[in-house]
Write a protein that binds this ligand. Sequence first.
Ligand code: GTQ
Ligand code: FE2
Length: 363
Amino acid sequence: MATQRFQDDDPNVDGLYADLAAADLQPLWRQEGLLPRTPQRLTPHLWRGKTLRDLAERSGELIGIDRGGDRRVLALAHPDLDGLPFATHTLWGAVQYLAGGELAPAHRHSPAALRFTLQGSGVWTLVNGDALHMAPGDLVLTPSWTWHEHHNPGTEPMLWFDALDLPLVRNLDAVFFEPGGEELSPYQPEKRSRSEHHFTAPGLLPLGAGRAVTVEEPGSDRFSHLLAYRWETVDAALSSLLRSTGHQEAAIRYTDPGTGHDIMPTLRAELHRVLAGHRTASTRRAGSAIYVVFHGSGASVIGGRRFSWNAGDMFVVPSWAAVDHEAEEDADLFRISDEPVLEALGLARTEQTPSQQIPADRA
Ligand code: GTQ
Ligand code: FE2
């Protein structure tokens, strides 16, 4: 290694290093881990659903939400990320809790967000004037720079999973934010949002209708024409897929029905169903992912460690960590990842790996 040549007692070398530091320069030959053979900056990590629910509920009791307040959100803070409230280097994951009668006021930001509802119903999110109701298993999008506010007009508290590309956008130093006005929304939710009225059946592209929801500034053409994906539809699609293939597992990707692309330029969303007793093949991919266990129980082996899970648990699969899932009961795993970014930049990689042999539960 080139390093060795510089490991000598020459006092001039020490002087050089001191002068380099004083001049805000660093020699590459003294760097470690800058160019690892494969990505390895993050370990897998799991948060228990019960912990998330209990602490969200306690936050609901103690921390008020009102105009001037913002969002009651508990961010998944990966212990490898030095106290940052981020699940991975690119993905924000969180639980949001909104009690009956509460309103999370309007704002907009350049990071894109999506919500996957875990518990409760009756809440609706207003996205640039389109009212999207939220029931368990529904996926609702709030794309970059769209105004959004959350209403819970009922009496039951709501709990949902939030994902944002905030860590990525922050590292690109492209975070913009604008608070909304004080006026209350005149909108009332209908069963179907405007975007859902546009896309009523797969394979039918509305001609000349434009978008149901647009933003004034950049980005409208980059996010999905459809802003809400209903659980009944996803559930039916997965059951149908299992029947048509005869397999023990099925997965769907949520896509823009207008283009077939991912729902956001920065976020991929998928739902993976694994039937009881089945174990999936092991794969690894460049880019990180967060899984949310929506239904069922089982275990995943991630980078050689086994994590057992139940409904409500959330876990991180780091870039290039091999992962497989084994269901004990029929399981539905909601997955988000940053893969659209890697694909757009020519950095995507994926590989099947030999099945991981792990005896004991080390989670
Ligand atoms: O609901 O608008 O988890 O702005 C993080 C930032 C949720 C939201 C989060 C947000 C929101
Ligand atoms: Fe927001």
